[in-house]
Every structure is written in C-alpha cells, then in structure tokens.
Write a protein that binds this ligand. Sequence first.
Ligand code: NDP
Ligand code: 8X3
Length: 252
Amino acid sequence: MAKIALITGASSGIGEACAHTFAQQGYHLILAGRRAHLLEKVAHSLVAKYAIEVKILQVDVRDNEDLTYKLDTLAPQWKKVDVLINNAGLSQGLDPIDKGNTSDWDIMIDTNIKGLLYVTKIVSAWMVEKKSGHIINIGSIAGKEVYANGNVYCATKHAVDALNKSMRIDLLPHGIKVTAIHPGAVETEFSIVRFKGDEARAKKIYDGFDPLVAQDIAEAIWFAASRPPHVNINDMLIMPTAQANGSLIKRD
Ligand code: NDP
Ligand code: 8X3
C-alpha cells in the first residue's frame, strides 16, 4: 500500500517542491494551505503525472477549531499518515524590536509555533496509534542563531528547534522519527511575504549570490524520509555556499 505524506504550506516554495518529490516516490499526499486554487493546481499536475491520490486541505493552521474539524473528518485511510512535513510558516517585517509591529509578531507566533503545534498534536496522535511515522519540522538558520532585526521570526524558529528536540523525546516510546531541516536563504515567496508584496525589496535579498532553491530542501527532506527504519536524521543545517551564517553573505 502506498505511503501518505501530509505537507503543510504546499501551495508554494519548499512545500510545493516536497509535494513533487514525494509524488515522484509514489506517496499519496495531503496538501494543506490557505490558497486552495494553488493547492488544486499542484494536485492536478501531480495526479496527471504520477499514479497517486491527492487530498486538498484548505486550512489556516492558526485556526485550531477549523483545523481540528478538517483533520478529524478525514476518511480513516487518510489518517494513516507516514510522514508529516511541518513546513507552513512565514516571516512578517524586518524591524528592530522597538519599532516592531505587534500584529506581525502575532502572525509569526501563531503560524510558526502555534500552527505547527496544532497540526502536530493531531497527526502525532494518529502516528502513536499505529506506532510508526516521521515528523519533519522545517526550522531555519534563524532557529540556530539570530540576526539583526530578525528578533521575533528568529524566536519562532528557535521554538521550532526546541519543539523538534522535545517531540523526539516524547515520541520515542512510540517508534516515531522526528527530524528538523534548517535552511539558510532559499529563493521562494518567503521574502515577498516578509515584505508584504514588495517584490523589488524581496528580490534584493537574493542579489549577487546563488541562493538555495526549494528543490534543494525537498531533496534533503526526502533524504531524511528515506533512511532505513533504524536511522533517524535528527537535524540538518543547509546553507547556500555563499552564506556563512545568518548574517554573512558573500555577494558579487
Ligand atoms: P513560501 O512563502 O513560498 O511558502 C510558505 C507556505 O506556507 C505557503 O504554502 C503558505 O501557503 C503556507 N502558509 C503560510 N501561512 C500559513 C497558514 N496560516 N496556514 C497554512 N499555510 C500557511 O516560503 P518557503 O517555502 O520559503 O517557506 C516554507 C518554510 O520554510 C517556512 O516555515 C519558512 O519559515 C521556512 N524557511 C524558509 C527559508 C527561506 O529562505 N525561504 C529559509 C529557512 C526556513 P498559503 O499562503 O497558501 O497558506
Ligand atoms: C528564512 C531564512 O535568513 O531570512 O528562515 O532567516 S532567514
């Protein structure tokens, strides 16, 4: 029987690349995100190409009530999730702490920490029941170190790093693998979202060097997901060659 992967934030970037990679490997997919038209587009292209089934879950991971209802009411065969990719996340703004916008802070905390927790609570319970599964959390270099004006975004990704480690402890008795993948700069919609649609400012982030692309991260996620049963990748930090740490990028 084909395995199932649930990918949050599958409508663009890293999540969308994971959908393609896992579909290519024959996984049935649950694709979650808010923009249903983009999820449908991804689903159509995958179903046309691979012999897989895809379920769309239009959901805002911050809305625990709606999320719980939609996950609870999935047909039993879709609850046998083998791999959960906790990828939905975002940054809003890049301001010093004294000038930060508190609604930006709420959005980042509610999505990157609370949303990840809401999804994990439900799906990990399904995995506990079947005594197997793999949770892959998408952290960031921002979860390993902090950079100027990254304050709250960095804090949310440090929380993901902490949750990744504590989930692994809590789920150890149940044979569930837990992995974090921490990317440096990946050119996706991430910076356009951070700068609220200012595409010119977003483009500047990637000027003068080769950033990672979403597929680089999808391949690392697949590497972690495809290890034999006795091997777990705890943590992987993946940077563009031109990026030494959270702040230092060599530009042409
Ligand atoms: P994108 O903006 O391209 O993708 C983000 C995805 O998250 C979208 O599919 C979006 O879907 C989804 N998402 C955001 N908010 C919500 C929400 N409230 N509910 C459901 N889905 C949501 O960026 P990336 O692919 O780059 O980001 C993916 C992950 O990688 C994030 O966790 C990000 O923090 C992390 N990351 C990114 C890096 C980068 O440089 N790009 C580096 C390190 C980590 P929709 O809008 O349809 O809801
Ligand atoms: C996204 C990468 O460098 O903007 O997590 O924090 S960075």
